[in-house]
Design a protein around this ligand. Sequence first.
Ligand code: FAD
Length: 159
Amino acid sequence: MPSHDEEDKPCRACNDFKTWSKKQSKTKKEIPAPQTNAPSTEQEKRKDCPLDKDELGTSTWGFLHSMASYYPEKPSTSQAKDMDNFFKLFGEFYPCEPCAIDFREDIKAHPPKTKSRDELAKWLCERHNTVNKKLGKPVFDCSKVHERWRDGWPDGSCD
Ligand code: FAD
């Protein structure tokens, strides 16, 4: 059961910063401006604020794709089972609830492929592409997933 404060506050991890900021200004109690050197404009926004939906999404994809690209090439039965469980639990607790609901539906239709590194990385790339399509973002070429997340591009531009 959310506390009164949680009910009043818009979910930052479910909205991009602009949308959250608009919703927040509607619910925010009037507090007098602080007499400090606190940043006053968005440009000066401090770096240690809670993540919005897009910041959380980008960081999370970075972690998930890196994890998949470093997953064992030949995982043990128990590693494969653990990875399968990881994605199920991830879908339960991902802090952007609308994102998590769709992700749970998607992995119900497309269960994690955990028998090898290549299978897992391709499966995850396809899940990310499902979200990309929903948001009107470009689809990523999944044959390049290890170059993006582990090896770097063949032209050496990441070395
Ligand atoms: P991101 O999509 O965050 O991608 C980061 C980088 O990953 C890109 O720059 C690119 O180099 C690389 N990349 C892109 N596609 C792929 C791919 N298919 N495989 C491998 N690498 C790739 N936002 C919503 O508004 N609604 C949602 O329902 C939603 N669901 C989400 C579900 C999950 C599980 C996660 C982790 C995030 C979700 N998001 C959702 C956030 C959204 O996916 C983006 O993270 C956010 O919009 C920021 O996008 P971005 O342009 O920074 O790039």
